[in-house]
Design a protein around this ligand. Structure first.
Ligand code: PHE
Length: 340
């Protein structure tokens, strides 16, 4: 139908002309041209009488809709031009108005702590390696000399996915991957997430982070382990920190030790954080068990090495004085934005 086509043309001409209007005079000219007494749209409405009843109905409806639309657009542009004028009169843009404040993101305290730990070991010549979080029993247990009847292989102590696969319960699995991939010397740290089906409370979470370390070469001694850990503790917690090793047992290291630092809150006097004894346990360590070397195909007669593993949450809690592990995972910005 020709009238409808014509109406479409009128609409696009009208919109085009509106964009060129700079003042009320321009607007008035456009108004007269389209919806004035002799305007284009008015003309169409008038000529409808010559059409068939059906055409008349359709074209009439469309023309009336356009008439309303045009009136609306004219009023809107008029307002816009008016406020632009007013702003110009006041001297244009007011640069003294306060700006829009953008919220700055911050690095998560766990990411920060992990980055700091990595940085210290990298400065000592360690490389960073990563491994899978979904792991087979071989890498998480067997190759690490953890026998079938060990309590950690119970379903209550590890998240099993099926009979063979599980969520790794420590980062020690990465030791095995790294040693299978390369021959000594090895000097790596392995940060990552680990999973244990612990009931969640102020100090336990079903998911947390560890940083594992491994150094293998000819003639590596226990004193090397102690030296590296002592440099780490001083860089992480301060030069005046004291470190002690207590005998312990891990299947994958022999001998093994738990490492304590003097309490960073009370400096060893005894307080609530260190349960009154002046020491805080921060990691497990030891000399790599020859059985682990056998499992990865290293010659235990030729090579010795040490390994250690620490919990990142625990260290971050001590460093920042955080008393509830759940705060790390709740994404509450009031907590997170304190770590700038
Ligand atoms: N894998 C041990 C744990 O999760 C930590 C550890 C790593 C101990 C390496 C000794 C050597 O508790």
């Amino acid at each position: 139908m020709d009238v409808l086509k014509r109406l479409d043309e009128i609409k696009s001409d009208f919109e085009e002309e509106l964009t060129h209007c700079r003042d009320a005079g321009d607007l008035e000219a456009v108004r007269v041209k389209y919806v004035g007494r002799k305007g284009e749209l008015t003309g169409i409405l008038r000529s409808l009488s010559g059409l068939s009843p059906e055409e008349k109905r359709e074209a009439g409806k469309r023309a009336n809709v356009l008439k309303n639309e045009f009136a609306g657009s004219l009023a809107e542009i008029k307002e816009r031009l008016k406020s632009e004028r007013a702003r110009e009169k006041e001297g244009g843009l007011d640069v003294t108005l306060p700006g829009i404040r953008h919220r700055m993101g911050t690095v998560h305290p766990l990411t920060r702590t992990m980055a700091r730990i990595n940085e210290i070991f990298v400065s000592l010549g360690f490389r960073i390696a990563e491994g899978p979080e979904i792991e087979s029993e071989f890498y998480n247990f067997e190759a690490l000399n953890i026998p079938l009847d060990h309590p950690s292989r119970d379903a209550f102590d590890t998240f099993y996915i099926d009979r063979e696969y599980l969520l790794r319960s420590h980062t020690s699995n990465v030791q095995v991957h790294v040693m299978q991939r390369q021959s000594p010397p090895v000097q790596v740290i392995m940060p990552g997430r680990v999973y244990r089906p612990d009931a969640v409370d102020a100090t336990h979470s079903f998911m947390f982070h560890q940083v594992e370390g491994l150094l293998v070469d000819e003639d590596v001694k226990f004193s090397d382990l102690k030296g590296v850990l002592s440099v780490f503790c001083k860089s992480m917690f301060g030069e005046d920190i004291k470190m002690r090793l207590r005998p312990h047992f891990f299947p994958f290291t022999e001998p093994s030790a738990e490492v304590d630092i003097s309490c960073i809150i009370c400096k060893g006097e005894g307080c609530r954080v260190c349960s009154g004894n002046g020491w805080l346990e921060i990691l497990g360590a030891g000399m790599v068990n020859p059985k682990v070397f056998e499992a990865v195909g290293y010659d235990p007669e030729k090579y010795t090495g040490f390994a250690f593993g620490m919990g990142v949450e625990r260290i971050a809690m001590l460093l920042y004085g955080i008393d509830d592990i759940r705060l790390f995972y709740e994404n509450d910005v009031r907590f997170l934005e304190q770590f700038i």
